[in-house]
Design a protein around this ligand. Structure first.
Ligand code: CS2
Ligand code: MG
Length: 402
């Protein structure tokens, strides 16, 4: 089953997406998401100019060998661009294998380990009141797990807030937005937010919060401790993730569960965190984490250390990545939860898909392969539109983690 063609599609139905399409000599094709927010064209070029020529003629069924070939072959390894490109190839090959064996991918990954996949949605507001109302709206829609983010007095363009109720797109058309950060009002506000939420909605709902890498280890320890009475499902990305030992400080001071990993690209970015059991959820994705094949290895290491999966599922990961994530989530043993930021109707029309949402959970569907497609004619009506993620600065102008 030789690969005879592969091409990269770039479109922007509401936001930019990069999709790899691999075609075999039997006319069967597979899709892989290759979207790297704010650096889309770098991955498109990596695929077009360096990877696609190497795929032509290869046996599409040799998924692991192709992964190793693309990972070890370039000599220079890892990083978001390389691993997003490899992730797209890997995902597309699993899609092809599912289609040629007439099986949904989750069945090829060992079958369903549960009936459906618990997901969480994003509630945000320009005030605590506003955020409480948004959480209640999500609960009414059937969500059993909700992430809550609120605007912070004195912080301009705080992460995760604004731009509509169902969709949140952090990337800005044109030049990066400059947001202004201040830690103290944030550390004061977040416990108040969750105190109010628990008093208003009770303790049955799972509540989550994303710090988005904006604290130091001791500040994160303090926040984790102050949130313990509100029993969060997780506190996400408390500190920048490059220095894995930083999490020892957090672990020493709080029992609030910690989630990390949406910015990770290989198992080496989290192996120490997992082996020292410094985190509770790993959020690596099929798109930025080297595909289904690599994510299974991360999950296997995590299982040894009581760490569960909590895959990133933001709007800048396309429906192709969401479909692949749900097949992975349905089959992996140590599943925790899946992030589900809804895509716009435009996006859903360009990427018709079999996955569905019901009563706070999702299922990938039983179509052969991933159960997602790309309408290339419709995609062509949405040309690429450069956009960048914000740059964060402290009150004194110093660049700060976002
Ligand atoms: C976020 C993302 O969903 C999340 O947990 O951290 O919205 C993130 O900011 C974007 O994916 C960045 O591209
Ligand atoms: Mg996040």
């Amino acid at each position: 089953m030789r690969i005879v063609d592969a091409h990269v599609n770039i479109c922007s139905p509401g936001r930019n997406f990069v999709t790899l399409k691999i075609v075999t000599e039997d006319g069967v094709y597979g899709l892989g998401d290759a979207t790297l927010n704010g650096r889309e064209l770098a991955v498109a070029s990596y695929l077009r100019d360096h990877v696609v020529p190497l795929l032509i003629g290869r046996d599409a069924r040799r998924i692991e060998d192709t992964w190793q070939y693309l990972y070890k072959g370039p000599y220079l390894r890892r990083g978001p661009v390389t691993m997003t490109a490899i992730g797209a190839v890997d995902t597309a090959l699993w899609d092809i294998l599912g289609k040629t064996t007439n099986q949904p991918v989750y069945r090829l990954l060992g079958g369903a380990s549960r009936d459906a996949v618990l997901v969480y949605g994003h509630a945000n507001g320009s005030s605590i009141e506003d955020t409480v109302d948004a959480v209640k709206r999500y609960a009414q829609m059937g969500y059993r797990a909700i992430r809550a983010q609120s605007a912070i007095p004195g912080v301009l363009h705080a992460y995760g807030v604004g731009r509509g109720t169902m969709y949140y797109e952090p990337a800005e058309k044109g030049r990066p937005l400059e947001s202004v950060w201040s830690t103290e009002p944030y550390l004061d506000l977040v416990p108040q937010l969750f105190d109010r939420l628990r008093r208003e909605v009770g303790f049955e709902l799972h509540l989550l919060h994303d710090v988005h890498h904006r604290l130091t280890p001791i500040e994160a320890a303090r926040l984790g401790k102050s949130l313990e009475p509100y029993r969060l499902f997780w506190l996400e990305d408390p500190v920048p993730a490059e220095q894995q030992t930083s999490f020892r400080t957090i672990r020493q001071h709080t029992t609030t569960p910690i989630a990390i990993g949406e910015v990770f690209n290989t198992i080496y970015d989290c192996s120490q965190l997992i082996e020292e059991e410094l985190v509770d959820y790993i959020r690596m994705t099929v798109v930025h984490g080297g595909g289904v094949s690599h994510l299974r290895k991360v999950a296997a290491l995590a299982e040894l250390h009581h760490v569960r999966t909590g895959c990133h599922g933001a709007t800048d990961l396309s429906p192709v990545a969401m479909a692949a994530a749900l097949h992975f989530d349905l089959s992996v043993h140590n599943f925790g939860i899946q992030e589900y930021m809804r895509h716009t109707d435009e996006t859903d029309r360009v990427f018709p898909h079999a996955y569905s949402f019901q009563a706070g959970a999702m299922h990938p569907g039983d179509a052969p392969g991933l159960g997602v497609d790309l309408d290339e004619a419709l995609a062509a009506t949405y040309p690429y539109d450069p956009a960048y993620l914000p740059v964060n600065r402290r009150l004194d102008g110093t660049v700060h983690s976002w």
